[in-house]
Design a protein around this ligand. Structure first.
Ligand SMILES: NC(=O)c1ccc[n+]([C@@H]2O[C@H](COP(=O)([O-])OP(=O)(O)OC[C@H]3O[C@@H](n4cnc5c(N)ncnc54)[C@H](O)[C@@H]3O)[C@@H](O)[C@H]2O)c1
Length: 316
């Protein structure tokens, strides 16, 4: 049996990767510190239904202080999802959480990974935020990253550390730059979660700026499929891949689609543009398509419907 580690296993994307692996019959060791960036109760809920399975083992703690030599003994695959996410909160006082959880935690893992003899793949969760306001849309991986948020800076630093440990010690790293992932278990600080919650509470939806910003939205099962492919494709080692949903959508169009899905008009409240938000994001996914066989499967309408169903079960 392949020994697989998932960091950030109780979070949005990590818990979905764990679940997919367990469904495939794999054994998984999940690591999470259940920090309070958002309600840790939601994280407990994310893993509640597979927590008791014998094939799942949870290690609860800060990954900077774990005994990695023991954890990585015989490990073949690591999905490194743990991080301090969120663009807007990365300014000001909270920045040290970003350096500790994104840069330092990744460095600790990479140090241990260089001695892990059986390791075949360490998949690092990177982000479209490394691009900032990229001038080329859709953006390909060779564009020089220029983050516009402290979050993007720390994720880029972590991605570069991965590259450095690959080049220096041969740690088999693959970096996936996710473009706005959504779907069931989405973090409560993310837009669609906030939008659906406002709808359920009959409140106006807060929209940053004019609503004309565009995003490439990636449904969670597509992001999970990209991870599984990245970990098992030898040609992916040492490479960086954009993982997007396949199309670029204007925010106001998303709101119109949401109104159709929930079956009622939605109230909008325009607030000031947030510092650190990119105006547009769009992924050129041709490299992922070619090397990983990645092809997004879930349309925005279908994905939003699934997230809406999950939101209703969570809050009503
Ligand atoms: N959700 C998105 O749209 C998106 C987009 C781009 C990149 N990413 C990246 O994907 C990854 C997962 O994001 P998510 O949305 O699932 O976030 P999340 O906050 O839901 O999950 C991250 C988990 O990591 C845990 N964690 C953080 N620091 C830790 C540490 N030092 N030790 C142990 N556990 C720790 C947290 O408790 C949390 O449960 C992150 O690396 C994030 O930067 C996410």
């Amino acid at each position: 049996m392949t020994k697989i580690i998932v960091t950030g296993a109780a979070g949005f994307i990590g818990s979905q990767i764990v679940e997919a692996l367990l469904k495939q019959g794999e054994e998984v060791i999940g690591i999470d510190e259940f920090n309070d960036y958002y309600n840790p109760g939601l994280k407990r809920k994310n893993i509640a239904h597979f927590h008791s399975l014998p094939r799942f083992q949870l290690i609860e703690g800060d990954m900077r202080f774990l005994d990695w030599q023991i954890i990585l003994k015989d490990a073949e695959i690591i999905y490194h999802q743990a991080a301090q996410a969120g663009v807007r909160a990365s300014w000001g006082q909270s920045f040290c959480a970003y350096t500790e959880r994104n840069i330092n935690a990744t460095q600790v893992l990479l140090e241990a990974a260089k001695d892990a003899k059986n390791l075949k793949s360490l998949v690092f969760a990177s982000t479209s935020s490394v691009y900032g306001d990229a001038e080329t849309l859709p953006t390909h991986e060779r564009i020089c990253p220029q983050p516009v948020s402290p979050y993007g800076i720390t994720k880029l630093a972590a991605e570069r550390l991965c590259e450095l440990y690959y080049k220096t010690f041969g740690v088999p790293v693959v970096a996936l730059r996710y473009f706005t992932v959504y779907g069931p278990r989405q973090r409560p600080d993310m837009a669609f979660h906030k939008f659906f919650k406002s709808i359920l509470q009959d409140e106006a939806i807060p929209i940053y700026g004019d609503g004309q910003q565009t995003r490439d939205f990636t449904f969670i099962s597509d992001a999970v499929a990209a991870n599984l492919a990245a970990a098992t494709t030898p040609a992916a080692v040492g490479e960086i891949f954009n993982i997007g949903g396949g199309s670029r959508v204007v925010l106001t169009e998303v709101l119109d689609m949401m109104a159709e899905i929930v079956g009622k008009p939605i109230k909008r409240n325009h607030i000031e543009k947030a510092m650190g938000d990119s105006r547009h994001t769009a992924a050129d996914i041709s490299k992922a398509r070619q090397i990983l066989g990645y092809q997004p499967q879930v349309s925005l309408r279908e994905g939003l419907t699934q997230e809406w169903q999950w939101m209703k079960s969570l809050y009503t």
